[in-house]
Design a protein around this ligand. Structure first.
Ligand SMILES: [Zn+2]
Length: 91
C-alpha cells in the first residue's frame, strides 16, 4: 500500500468513524505529519484480520484505531477486543 493510498484511507475512515477509535470509541487526532503520530490518540490504520494471519489491505479489513488500542490489541480477536475496550476503556 503506497503512502497516498494510506493517507486517503485514513482520511476516509476518519470521516466514516466520525473521528472515533474503532475499539475504544475515544476521539482520535488525525495528522499526516510523522512527528504527530506518536500520541496515544493518534489515528492509525488497523487490520482487523492481522497481516501476520494473512489479512490483506482490502478496504473491508481496515479500520481506524487509536495508537494505544492498536498497540495493545496483540493477538486478540478484533470483536472480542472491541467489546473489552468499550466496556472497560483501559483493557
Ligand atoms: Zn482506541
Amino acid at each position: 500500500m503506497n503512502k497516498q493510498r494510506r493517507r486517503f484511507l485514513r482520511w476516509q475512515l476518519f470521516g466514516e468513524q466520525e473521528g472515533r477509535c474503532y475499539y475504544c470509541g475515544e476521539l482520535m487526532s488525525l495528522s499526516f505529519a510523522r512527528r504527530d503520530n506518536i500520541w496515544p490518540r493518534s489515528a492509525t490504520l488497523e487490520h482487523l484480520h492481522r497481516r501476520v494471519d494473512g489479512g490483506g489491505n482490502n478496504r473491508a479489513n481496515l479500520v481506524l484505531a487509536c495508537l494505544e488500542c492498536n498497540v495493545r490489541r496483540g493477538e486478540r480477536d478484533p470483536e472480542t477486543y472491541r467489546l473489552q475496550r468499550l466496556d472497560r476503556r483501559m483493557v
